[in-house]
Design a protein around this ligand. Structure first.
Ligand SMILES: Nc1ncnc2c1ncn2[C@@H]1O[C@H](COP(=O)(O)OP(=O)(O)O)[C@@H](O)[C@H]1O
Ligand SMILES: CC(C)(COP(=O)(O)O)[C@@H](O)C(=O)NCCC(=O)O
Ligand SMILES: [K+]
Length: 259
């Protein structure tokens, strides 16, 4: 079984792959102070709760927060006796090219998404991932990652309003039916929800105009379905794209004999 770990700036997700199937997914907040032993207590409690005793034979990590990788490495080594494959490190091979400005450290999550998108849908893709930041990852005809767009995340935008303005409360995202809000919360939800719909449409249209061939748009991340409602933003939404990419990269490294 493969343990695939996707650390974003907000949440860290562990998925256990049994062949081509996800057995179980565990989620915790991302904190670089969390030790290997703390991960294990959490892991042990939840896997027992799910009634599984996973036989982990491989670990792969994608982390947008470099500092958490140390404790995840110790966790993997101490509890499974395994050296994890870390996306973005030179020893982790990728089945796609990366064509960006020299010296750019592309977020590993973006590369992982591109790998999974290319394997499932072929080239010429825009992948929109709703995380702490909202990222647009662009894959060329041959699957190479050729850049994209980074925009402030949905919850980050709502949080920024609350933090900066004394009279604005903390608000959760939702889809208001009407654009004209008749109370403060509705006004904030409208600004972020409908503003975001506009942002996604405009950025995708401009990427398509810059790209020589027709493109498919994939939406991923917890909020993708909320934005897809009643709109035609994405050709497809995928809720486990990053996890699938981690499995693909692990399998590729096995095939290449690098692990
Ligand atoms: N299904 C969902 N509904 C509402 N908020 C969500 C959902 N999934 C994630 N979020 C929120 O979106 C933000 C980004 O979370 P996440 O996608 O885990 O980011 P990251 O991958 O950057 O850690 C967080 O504030 C999280 O609470
Ligand atoms: C853009 C990101 C912050 C998104 O991270 P996330 O929202 O998943 O936590 C991350 O991919 C990152 O740190 N990227 C490095 C810069 C780049 O990708 O060009
Ligand atoms: K992410």
């Amino acid at each position: 079984m493969l343990l695939a770990i996707d650390t974003g700036n907000t949440n860290t997700v562990f998925s256990i792959w049994d062949g081509e199937k996800i057995l179980c997914t565990l989620r915790t907040s991302t904190e670089h102070q969390r030790t290997a032993d703390q991960y294990f207590v959490w892991w042990d409690t939840l896997t027992r709760h799910h009634g599984i005793t996973p036989e982990i034979t491989g670990v792969i990590i994608s982390s947008t927060v470099p500092r958490v990788v140390f404790n995840l490495r110790v966790f993997s080594d101490r509890y499974f006796g395994l050296r994890p494959l870390v996306v973005g490190k030179p020893e982790c091979l990728l089945p796609i090219g990366v064509r960006v400005d020299a010296g750019t450290q592309v977020g590993p999550d973006r590369l992982v998404n591109t790998v999974a998108g290319f394997r499932q849908y072929g080239g010429d893709l825009i992948i929109v991932d709703f995380g702490t930041a909202t990222t647009f990852d662009v894959a060329d005809h041959d699957g190479a990652y050729i850049g994209g767009v980074i925009a402030p995340g949905v919850n980050l935008s709502l949080e920024a309003l609350h933090m900066a303005a004394a009279a604005l409360p903390h608000v959760d995202i939702s889809r208001p039916e009407r654009v004209i809000g008749t109370n403060t919360v509705a006004c904030m939800q409208s600004g972020v929800y409908w503003g975001y719909i506009g942002l996604i449409k405009e950025i995708c249209a401009r990427i398509k105009a810059e790209h020589a061939r027709p493109m498919k748009v994939i939406g991923t991340g917890g909020l993708a379905p909320l934005f897809q409602q009643g709109e035609d933003l994405f050709d497809v939404t995928e809720d486990t794209l990053t996890m699938q990419g981690l499995l693909d990269i692990y399998n590729y490294n096995k095939e290449q004999g690098s692990i």
